[in-house]
Write a protein that binds this ligand. Structure first.
Ligand code: PGA
Length: 243
């Protein structure tokens, strides 16, 4: 049985005053022990949040593939782990698009994160033009093949895949339930035996209102949530819906 997994991606939001919101999220999570809950705040909050809220899994939103070196502005996977992170989001479309990250770079980051004993949320998702041309499934499966290290298929429980259509992120738009179900089934199928254990999350405009329907779909094991994870009230409702 795969456990439900709900992850909040705070993106470039939050400061010290946000720890009280995170505390309320940790309390909500403790009322649903059957759901795994994580928050990925900006780098600057990881250590403080992990110390203040030991029951909450705290994660990063990116890491560098190298363990150390002359990479100004970057953070290594082991540095995240030392700060108290238990996981890291990799290959988010805002990194792929905004920072030109290729599948190959994302794959090396996944390898680095696993070597540092972090869990990984590996994001894939198509732009609107690709969806409109009817090529979304082929596009997402190619991204998955390019960014998932082959060796990982032997250790599937350490990685969750997040299907996030780019046009649904932060827009209030979501694919139809049928389209979400079809894409998740396609990803599950492409993962082969490993797919039985690997969680596949949906992300893109998940909120307190639509979470229950999306999370009730067979191959949807959880959600990667941006905007609605910033407030405990809406995020708690999504955690409850993941039951
Ligand atoms: P959103 O973001 O929930 O604000 O659409 C999701 C994400 O980017 O992970």
């Amino acid at each position: 049985m795969r456990r439900s997994y709900v992850v909040g991606n705070w993106k470039m939001n939050g400061d010290g005053s946000s720890l009280s919101e995170a505390r309320s999220i940790a309390e909500a999570a403790s009322r649903h022990p059957e759901v795994d809950v994580a928050i990925c705040p900006p780098f600057t909050l990881i250590e403080r949040m992990a110390r203040a809220l030991p029951t909450l899994a705290v994660g990063g939103q990116d890491c560098h593939p190298a363990p150390s070196g002359a990479h100004t502005g970057s953070v290594a996977a082991a540095m995240l782990a030392e700060a108290g992170a238990k996981l890291v989001i990799l290959g988010h479309s805002e990194r792929r698009e905004g920072f030109g990250e290729s599948d190959e770079l994302v794959r090396r980051k996944v390898e680095a994160a696993l070597a540092a004993n972090l869990g990984v949320i590996l994001c894939v998702g198509e732009p609107l033009s690709v969806r409109e041309e009817g090529r979304a499934e082929a596009y997402v499966l190619a991204q998955l093949a390019g960014s998932l290290p082959y060796a990982l298929l032997a250790e599937p429980s350490r990685v969750a895949i997040a299907y996030e259509p780019i046009w649904a992120i932060g827009t209030g738009l979501t694919p139809s339930l049928e389209d979400i179900a079809a894409m998740h089934a396609a990803v599950r199928g492409a993962l082969g035996d490993a797919g039985e254990e690997m969680a596949i999350l949906y992300g893109g405009s998940v909120n307190a209102e639509n979470a229950a329907q999306i999370l009730s779909l067979d191959d949807v094991d959880g959600a990667l949530v941006g905007g609605a994870s910033l407030k405990a009230a809406s995020f708690a409702a999504i955690i409850a819906a993941a039951n």
